[in-house]
Design a protein around this ligand. Sequence first.
Ligand code: MF3
Ligand code: CO
Ligand code: CO
Length: 279
Amino acid sequence: MHSETESVIAEDQRRVPLHGAEAFEGMRRAGRLAAETLDFIAPYVQPGVSTGRLDELCETFIRDHGATPAPLNYKGFPRATCISVNRVICHGIPSGDKRLQKGDILNIDITVILDGWHGDTSRMFWAGTPNVKARKLCDVTYACLMRAIDVTKPGNTLGDIGHAIQAHAEAHRFAVVRDFCGHGVGEVFHTAPTVLHYGKPGTGLTLRPGMIFTIEPMINGGKPDVKVLPDGWTAVTRDRSLSAQFEHSLGVTEAGCEVFTYSPAGLDKPPYGVAPKTA
Ligand code: MF3
Ligand code: CO
Ligand code: CO
């Protein structure tokens, strides 16, 4: 029997949780800490630093704030964060041997568990100043995420979200990665619904207040095809083109949505990791 007060609804065969005020408060705190972790690491992202060192610094920051890094040991993932440089699409494994070079673009993906709630967010950073095409890929990917957030409101559908991303990426002749998607998030790291970053307007699950999920488009400069390296994690572009990603965790509200992972320092938008100039 379906009723307005039912706490879950069906999406295909899975059940999509509808969360209340307590979950929103937990997600607000976890999301803020995840965003603060990225704000904290921004000044360390420079040519010459290793991704292993950036990972260590993030892990210490997360633990010092009473949280744990969700990726560590998740399905065997060996580090606290994912750091994905240039042609790495996602799930890059930080390493002391991997030093950033001038002009690299990289995504740092943080998920903290704070009081049981998962705050999941990622953004692009630059080591020095990348070339024009790399900068444009970052800017378009950022705009894809923000356009998707703009259409995240009750009555719209997951297809509207996917379409917003796909239309903007393809208008710039970039390609949406199909092999990874956004996900429900909360006390569970990855749950229903599955949030595709491509789609047709008006199709798929209808959004309702209380749904909590991530949107995390991965956009390639070349073709969309993915290859996973023999380490079992590192996903790269098959054609060696650059890839970019931004991710926010959010909850659907009566009025639209509440983004839990905006940067308190304003560092989650172009030019990434650089504090906005004050007048
Ligand atoms: N944070 C990633 C996401 O956005 C998941 C990382 S899982 C790991 O869903 F095991 F790769 F770390
Ligand atoms: Co995620
Ligand atoms: Co993430």
